[in-house]
Design a protein around this ligand. Structure first.
Ligand code: ZN
Length: 333
């Protein structure tokens, strides 16, 4: 990351290598000639160390951003009042798999040592050091401890393949296949469609190409939380007019779901415990509340919050019931 790395920051334009504004702002002695900027070799040498720091920071920023942006995933775009609308179609199990969804848990919370964003091994029926700490906090019966446990609870996710039928905010997505991560609320609606409550309702498999139904995803903000209650299935219609040739092409473009529950994507108990300790320190009751915030830590935590939001989807409350019943179960064990 010496001279080779240094060039990364520069962009080539018609009038030569140009120092980007970001570097110019720092007020280094430079002169401008025919639209390009030059500095003396002595200044260039003097800068080289600080440039490395600057570049390292830049690279870290870029890596951080890339690591949680996954183009396979679609999310509804929300307007300023956090309302969103789209029509999607859940797709069947991909080729070689049995289920049209992957179900898994993860944790995302912040401690003094940074963010903990990891898959929870209880997904695979294995012990989890965060869940263990949570049950200890929960079982203490102290309200403050329970709050901490709630904040660090494992969150339930489902991921399915979907086709976008209508996406008014991003019409370029229409007709395309994506992965969609959702929570318990939407899964309950799928389950209700498959197991209707009343005798006059027909059971529908929403994932079926021919007998399934489009899903109207309606997102609102209720009492400060993202809410999916108004979402609903339309009446059944075959997808792509039931044209088998087109459906087969579509089916072949679906993403594999097995990776979301593949043990290789879950860290070992020891690794997770080490990370938990690094984030929380020795005291599992430690929270970030009393941390003095600097401009840097604010931007870091915003970045972490964004990562957490992307990792969990934009649902803040819908898995609460699941988390609570889980802790209650633990408490009884
Ligand atoms: Zn866990």
């Amino acid at each position: 990351m010496t001279i080779g790395g240094f060039i990364v920051l520069y962009t080539y334009s018609n009038c030569g290598w140009v120092v980007p504004d970001r570097v110019l702002e720092h007020g280094s002695p430079m002169s401008s000639k025919k639209g390009a900027f030059y500095m003396s070799f002595a200044d260039f040498k003097k800068r080289s160390q600080s440039s490395i720091n600057e570049l390292t920071k830049k690279i870290e920023e870029t890596n951080k951003k890339e690591s949680y942006t996954d183009d396979r995933f679609w999310r509804p775009e929300l307007d300023k009042s956090s309302n969103g609308f789209a029509v999607i179609r859940f797709l069947p199990a991909p080729d070689g798999e049995d289920l049209p969804w992957a179900k898994y848990y993860s944790h995302g919370f912040q401690g003094k040592g940074g963010w903990f964003i990891e898959n929870c091994p209880t997904t695979l029926g294995q012990k989890c050091p965060v869940c263990e700490a949570n049950s200890e906090l929960w079982n203490s019966g102290i309200e403050k401890d329970k709050d901490i446990a709630r904040n660090r609870k494992r969150r339930l996710h489902y991921t399915s393949n979907i086709m976008i039928i209508s996406d008014p905010a991003n019409p370029q997505n229409e007709g395309k296949v994506f992965l969609y991560k959702f929570g318990k609320k939407i899964f309950d609606k799928i389950n209700d469609a498959m197991n209707p409550e009343f005798e006059d309702e027909d059971a529908v498999n929403p994932f079926d190409f021919w007998g399934g139904a489009n899903f109207k995803l309606k997102v609102r903000k209720v009492a400060g939380f993202i809410n999916y209650d108004k979402s609903e299935f339309e009446s059944t219609t075959p997808l792509l007019d039931g044209n088998d040739a087109n459906l087969e092409v579509l089916w072949k473009t679906q993403y594999a779901l097995a990776e979301f529950t593949d043990p290789k994507n879950f860290k070992s108990y020891t690794e997770l415990k080490t990370k938990r300790d690094a984030v929380l320190g020795a005291d599992i009751r430690q929270t970030t509340q009393d941390t003095s915030t600097t401009a840097e830590s604010v931007s870091e935590s915003e970045d972490g919050a964004e990562r957490a939001e992307k990792a969990f989807g934009n649902s803040s409350t819908e898995e609460d019931t699941d988390a609570l019943s889980y802790f209650e179960k633990l408490a009884k064990e």
